[in-house]
Design a protein around this ligand. Structure first.
Ligand SMILES: Cc1ncc(COP(=O)(O)O)c(C=O)c1O
Length: 398
């Protein structure tokens, strides 16, 4: 049957990541550094199992019934306490539980964008924001970046170019996906000041900041927010479980009901998940757990850097991550990125070319690969780097 699809879907095509995934399914020996997932080895399985068992034992009927918007009180309260301990202003802000922070981008676009409006992001950004923009008919406009994130002059020029159409700026300021970059505090503050000056919102996507390698946490943009224009979204997907699907907003109290309404029929979160997470947070030290998770990825990232230095041509420059799951490998601009990417796949290595994350792949394909070191073993990382080294040297004529 030929389906009469909505315009937003007629223009959609499989992402680069999806193409790699399909290839990997047919090639069991594939060395996959493209999967942007946390390692399940870091999840607190025993603690979650205990919390879940206790929940069904003591709160079973409640767990199996419908729960309220904006989430179960028990879960909101645990997250609220965590946010207060982290220095968030919880007098003026409220929490809303989400089925993952990815969902929050759709809410944000639904809440603020009409067809033809503009969402700004860094040129290379998490593809979820492209989906959110497309589904509401908004235009995603990428802003040029430096090695420490969004370029402030380019940002202001872009805002002036699109004027009132700019509804919000999407940023993942800490250990960004795809670049691993962390935006310094002076840029966070400057971005907030621009949002005030030109009157637009900011969506601060923060699934990774707790995965700091050295326990250093920069000030979230939300903490500069004096007028309620920053929607802060975080997630437990990289800390507790990606499969349970739980994230949350910290948003101005007056705005929260609108974000809730914009969820349409998709908003009610799973009650057993919320209660299990609440129990976990009540009886365990989530910050101590985050430090352990950060240490796990620190070792992986250090090994990735060592292998890159050992096997890859010197003209390929990694941006060293200080936390999170991703490393951005800059390669010489003379390389045909599409060709190299395909050659790497044929040689059994999966990495994601920068154009897979570009807001404007035709004009700004970039010359980098996203490498994810979170799930592959040390052996896989080393073998993949050896192959990348060989392919890149061939292509560079070295
Ligand atoms: C930058 C970024 N934002 C949001 C998400 C969505 O995470 P979740 O919906 O699992 O919380 C991801 C997932 O990889 C991500 O990398």
């Amino acid at each position: 049957m030929e389906y009469k699809l909505a315009k937003q879907l007629r223009t959609a095509h499989p992402t680069v990541i999806r193409q790699i995934f399909m290839y990997a399914c047919d090639h069991p020996e594939f060395l996959d550094l493209s999967i942007g997932e946390p390692s399940a080895d870091t999840f607190p399985l025993d603690e979650i199992a205990k919390s879940s068992a206790d929940m069904y034992k003591y709160d079973g009927k409640k767990a199996l019934a419908y729960g309220p918007y904006p989430g179960m009180d028990e879960c909101i309260e645990e997250i609220r306490k965590w946010m207060i301990a982290r220095g968030f202003d919880m007098e003026n802000n409220a929490i809303e539980i989400l089925p993952g922070s990815g969902h929050g981008m759709d809410n944000m676009a639904n809440t603020f964008c009409d067809e033809g409006d503009v969402i700004l992001s860094e040129m290379f950004a998490y593809p979820g924001i492209q989906n959110a923009a497309r589904m509401v008919g908004a235009k995603l406009v990428g802003v040029e970046m430096d090695d420490d994130g969004i370029n402030l002059e380019a940002l202001e020029k872009t805002i002036q170019e699109y004027g009132e159409k700019v509804k919000f700026l999407y940023l993942c300021p800490s250990f960004n996906n795809p670049t691993g970059i962390t935006l310094p505090e002076y840029k966070r503050e400057a971005v907030y000041k621009l949002a005030q000056k030109y009157d637009f919102m900011i969506y601060e996507d923060d699934p990774y900041s707790r995965l700091s390698f050295d326990g250093n946490y920069l000030k979230e943009i939300k903490k500069y927010d004096t007028d309620g224009r920053v929607v802060y979204a975080a997630s437990l997907s990289k800390i507790v479980s990606s499969g349970m699907r739980i994230g949350f907003f910290v948003v101005n109290k007056d705005l929260r009901p609108f974000l809730e309404m914009s969820q349409g029929n998709a908003g009610v979160q799973s009650v057993p998940v919320m209660l299990t997470v609440a129990g976990y947070m009540q009886h365990n030290d989530i910050d101590a757990h985050c430090k352990d998770v950060g240490a796990f990825y620190k070792e992986k990232a250090a090994w990735m850097m060592e292998c890159i230095k050992k096997y890859l041509p010197a003209s390929c420059e990694p941006i060293e991550p200080k936390g999170g799951l991703f490393l951005w490998l800059k390669v010489p601009e003379t390389l045909d990125l599409d060709k190299v990417w395909h050659k790497l796949m044929e040689a059994n290595v999966g990495v994601v070319p920068s154009f897979g994350f570009s807001a404007d792949p035709e004009n700004y394909p970039g010359s980098a690969f996203r490498i994810c070191y979170s799930t592959p073993s040390k052996e896989v990382i080393e073998e993949a780097c050896q192959i990348m080294g060989r392919v890149l040297k061939e292509e560079l004529g070295e």
